[in-house]
Design a protein. Structure first.
Length: 274
């Protein structure tokens, strides 16, 4: 089968994690029957495994024209069913983890000295609104204009920009990527930027699917692993891989948790040591 580039997708030049040019195909998946898949896009997804570092990633990434279709098919916003109480219950344990790892005095949580939390890809705003309740100066980043407008109108600080566009002298105490890294064309650039932005002792929290879980193995055995069909994702990470990548960037591994939000997903917490 010949897989072509098109106006909607381009072939990645090498492994998005280590840059190696050699990779083996691990999965071909036709997602034409996926209920949200836009009919205009090429429907066969190809997944590769890097022969340098073992990273699992898509052979193609969407171009701007392709992404316009992807975003229109997956438009999510703060709908009338948005349930703040359910969001608080979901995010409070995450925030408690970060609060416990952040070694700063209580008075920082008062007034102008509030520690800064940057949530990359803040979506419906459940995390930043709860972090604000906990006393953080919460800043959300999102690339979808309707999300930024909606949350700004509710009084939250949300920037319509990429993490990489934050100024070099911007600093944060907590930085979170919840269910975001697997969507990024260049996740390593984002992790490097996180290392630059965080104060020493700052906390990095992330979640994404983990291909080293029992759930993942079972889905593979049953040939029902939906992650091969997630057309918005470019990566399938592993827990041990994330720990290694963050150690290389000056972070100490602190805690691993099972994510309650998605199947086979992990949450990992790191502290910046230098
Ligand atoms: Zn690699």
């Amino acid at each position: 089968m010949i897989l072509e580039e098109s106006e909607f997708r381009q072939r990645v030049a090498g492994c998005p994690v280590c840059g190696a040019g050699s990779a083996a195909r691990v999965k071909l998946n036709d997602v034409r029957t996926h209920p949200r898949f836009p009919a205009a896009l090429p429907s066969i997804l190809s997944w590769l495994s890097c022969q340098g570092c073992g990273h699992v990633f898509t052979e193609f990434q969407w171009t701007a024209a392709g992404l316009a279709h992807v975003f229109s098919a997956t438009r999510e916003e703060q709908d009338p069913n948005f349930n703040p109480e359910a969001e608080r219950a979901t995010w409070a344990p995450v925030i408690e983890q970060c609060q416990g790892l952040l070694a700063i005095p209580d008075q920082f949580f008062l007034g102008d000295q509030a520690p800064t939390w940057v949530d990359v890809g803040c979506g419906s705003g459940g995390l930043i609104s709860t972090a604000a309740e906990f006393g953080f100066r919460a800043v959300g980043l999102d690339l979808r204009a309707h999300i930024v407008q909606s949350l700004t109108a509710q009084g939250y600080q949300v920037l319509h920009q990429d993490l990489l566009a934050l100024p070099e002298d911007f600093r944060a105490h907590v930085l979170s990527f919840f269910d975001v890294l697997e969507h990024l064309p260049a996740p390593i650039a984002a992790l490097n930027k996180a290392a630059q932005i965080l104060h020493p002792g700052g906390v990095l929290a992330l979640s994404c699917p983990n291909r080293e879980t029992s759930t993942w193995a079972q889905l593979e055995r049953l040939n029902r692993n939906v992650y091969w069909g997630e057309f918005e994702h470019y990566h399938n990470f592993a827990g041990s891989q994330m720990v290694r990548l963050m150690r290389e960037r000056g972070f100490a591994f602190r805690r691993y948790r099972v994510s309650s939000r998605y199947k086979a997903c992990m949450e990992i917490y790191f502290v910046k040591t230098a």
